[in-house]
Design a protein around this ligand. Sequence first.
Ligand SMILES: [Zn+2]
Ligand SMILES: [Zn+2]
Length: 378
Amino acid sequence: MLAIGMYKGKPGAHKLDLPKPEITKPDDVLIKVKQAGVDGTDFNMIKHNLQDPAEGQDKIVMGHEMVGVVEAVGNDVKTIAVGDTVVLTVRRGCGICQPCLHNQSDMCMTGLYTERGIHKKDGFFTEYIVDQEQYAIKVPNDVADMAVFTEPLSIAEKGVEQIRLIQSRMPWACEHPNHSFDSQDWGKCKTALVVGAGPLGILATALLRLADVFTYVVDIVQEDSPKVHLVKHMGANYIDGRGKSAKELVDFCCTPTDNLDIVFEASGAAVTAVELINYMSRSSIYVMTGIPRQEIRTELDAAQLVRQIVRNNQVVVGSVNSNRSHFEMALKHIPQIEKRFSGMLKEMITHRFGLADHDRIFDLSDTSRLKTVIDITG
Ligand SMILES: [Zn+2]
Ligand SMILES: [Zn+2]
């Protein structure tokens, strides 16, 4: 069967011919992959020549976003049946730490986890996959069309969950008791700045807008970009960040008396990401999800930074990966997003390829793309 992967020490994406995997354990599930999503991590693997195959292997199959249909199940599989549409989580726990032993490998404490398609485990840019039942999540029928967004949306879900969990420390964020961060209407009376209008920034915006958070999105593209169209379609405000300092960005979102309750960093632009900390509002939260690759040095006033974070009760939190609970949240929100911002997820898909297009999928010169999907089997 066909697959797309990288060889150790060899740049670029390559076509692989692999044997079809088989069920070997009683809790195994054999999945025919229908679609796979390509994201910034995949592009970074190509751009920065990062290959991380399993020990003793010379290659790794790429891809960590997928949806497929179950073709066969092992004898002990109970929750999933042949014909079900499923998505798979990405990280496989270390088997040692307590979070991993309790289905929370996204918070692994040893760093000894693996990740399908990224870190020491083959991924999803292929025709068939075998994995264990515990990592497969059944997709409701009305979500199947857009289920390829489950994994990227789960990353945004975890970021928003961190914000709500941590900020529930402050039940009286506004005068309405039913607007506390742990309530259903948590987004009301809140303002957020999303940094970066790539797929993750757009999906984070969708969740914030779904909760009625007053949302600004900053990127460095022109007003006529498809990204900006999506931002406005969701009722968020676009800020063209070109030539603007971090202070000007925040001034744009709020007058000095207003609070910027949430900053959601999804660009990985390290210098701006750090500078923005200086302009955080009192008692606010800043979640970082973008991962810069190069070494970037900058100067900062360390005393001012520490003083400000202490005096203003500020939280800066990192959020990476996601677990099964975030996939379940994403599957619940996908139809709500499609209903509220009709056609928005479809519009995000700017490029479609097949598995045979391995040399065109990662065209790094094409800056017009937002979301790339690989259609694998019909
Ligand atoms: Zn662990
Ligand atoms: Zn309120």
